[in-house]
Write a protein that binds this ligand. Structure first.
Ligand code: EZ4
Ligand code: CO
Length: 402
């Protein structure tokens, strides 16, 4: 079998997605997500100009060799653009291998380790009263885990508090929206929110919170300590993670579990975090961390150090990524949680898929391969629309982390 074609599909059914579709001489095709929020066309161009020409004529069965060829062959290693492009190729090749074998991809990864994939939903609201109603809605839908983000009094906009209830979408404008941040107000407010949520919903519901890289280690340590009575499942991205040893200070001060990694693209980004047991959940995912092949390498290292998976699954990761993530999630020994933000009906139509949600769990497709596709004709009806993620400033105008 040989690869005869590879097409890069850019589409905007409500938000932008980049998808690679690999075609073989035997008519078997595979898909991979290549979406990098706010930088979509950089990956599309990397694929079209530098990767697709190398794929034509290759044996699609050689997944590991193709991964190494694209990683080492670029000379310029790592980085989100390169690794998202490699991820798309890798994911599509796993899809093809599953279809050729007549098996869902999770069977090729060792088979099921669990009945289903526990996911968390997103309760976002401006006020505490509203967010309690949102948490209740997710609990009613059967969710066993909920991430809680709430507006901070005195701040016009807060990360994770969307304009639309069900479809939170931060990439909202061609030129980044500017938001304003105040750490003192935030640190003062958040513990009181979780006190309310925990007392209302009891001990069983898993609660999570995303700091979105906005604190320093000592501030994060203070927040982690303040949240201990409310037994969070994780505190996410407490600080920017370029400095991996920065997490040691947080660790020394709090038993609140720490999750990080949605912006990581290789195992090297979390090597120290994992091997020094500075985190509890690693949030790397298929599309941004080099595909199924490399993600499994990260999770295997994590498993040695009691670190569990907690893959990113926001709406900018397409149903193709979610389909692939579920095959990994259901098969690995150290699965923790999977983020799940519902896509809009338009997106679901462009990416027909057969994974399904029931009782707080997602179930991977039982079809051969990944069980997801891209409808290229429908995709063409939704042209690309430039959309960037926001930026964030302190009240004195200083650039801060978003
Ligand atoms: O801001 O996916 O945990 N989820 C998140 C997301 C990210 C976006 C970035 O593209 O932090 O909402
Ligand atoms: Co996050």
């Amino acid at each position: 079998m040989r690869i005869t074609d590879a097409r890069v599909v850019v589409t905007c059914p409500g938000r932008n997605f980049v998808t690679l579709k690999i075609v073989t001489d035997e008519g078997v095709t595979g898909v991979g997500d290549a979406t990098l929020n706010g930088r979509e066309l950089a990956v599309a161009s990397y694929l079209t100009e530098h990767v697709v020409p190398l794929l034509i004529g290759r044996d699609p069965a050689r997944i590991e060799d193709t991964w190494q060829y694209l990683y080492r062959g670029a000379y310029w290693r790592r980085g989100p653009v390169t690794m998202s492009a490699i991820a798309a190729v890798d994911t599509a090749l796993w899809d093809i291998k599953g279809k050729v074998a007549g098996l869902p991809v999770y069977q090729l990864l060792g088979g099921r380790s669990r009945d289903g994939v526990t996911v968390y939903g997103h309760a976002n609201a401006a006020t505490v009263e509203e967010v309690l109603a949102e948490v209740a809605r997710y609990a009613d839908l059967g969710y066993r885990a909920v991430r809680v983000q709430v507006g901070v009094p005195g701040l016009a906009a807060t990360y994770g508090v969307g304009r639309d209830r069900l479809f939170y979408e931060p990439a909202d404008a061609a030129v980044p929206t500017e938001t304003v941040w105040n750490t003192e107000r935030y640190l003062h407010h958040v513990p009181s929110v979780f006190a309310r949520v925990r007392s209302e919903f009891g001990p069983e519901l898993k609660l999570l919170h995303d700091v979105h890289h906005r604190l320093t280690p000592i501030e994060a340590a203070r927040l982690g300590k303040a949240l201990e009575p409310y037994a969070l499942t994780w505190l996410e991205d407490p600080v920017p993670a370029e400095l991996q040893e920065g997490f040691r200070l947080i660790r020394q001060h709090t038993t609140t579990p720490i999750a990080v990694g949605e912006v990581f693209n290789t195992v090297w980004d979390c090597q120290q975090l994992i091997t020094e047991q500075l985190i509890d959940y690693v949030r790397t995912t298929v599309v941004h961390a080099g595909g199924i092949t490399h993600l499994r390498r990260i999770f295997d290292l994590a498993h040695l150090y009691h670190v569990r998976s907690g893959s990113h699954g926001a709406t900018d990761l397409s149903p193709v990524c979610m389909a692939a993530a579920l095959h990994v999630d259901v098969s690995i020994p150290n699965f923790g949680l999977q983020e799940y933000m519902r896509h809009t009906p338009e997106t679901d139509q462009v990416f027909p898929h057969s994974y399904r949600f029931a009782d707080g769990l997602l179930h991977p497709s039982e079809e051969p391969g990944l069980g997801v596709d891209v409808d290229e004709e429908l995709a063409a009806r939704y042209p690309y629309r430039p959309a960037a993620l926001p930026v964030n400033r302190l009240e004195d105008g200083s650039m801060h982390h978003w």
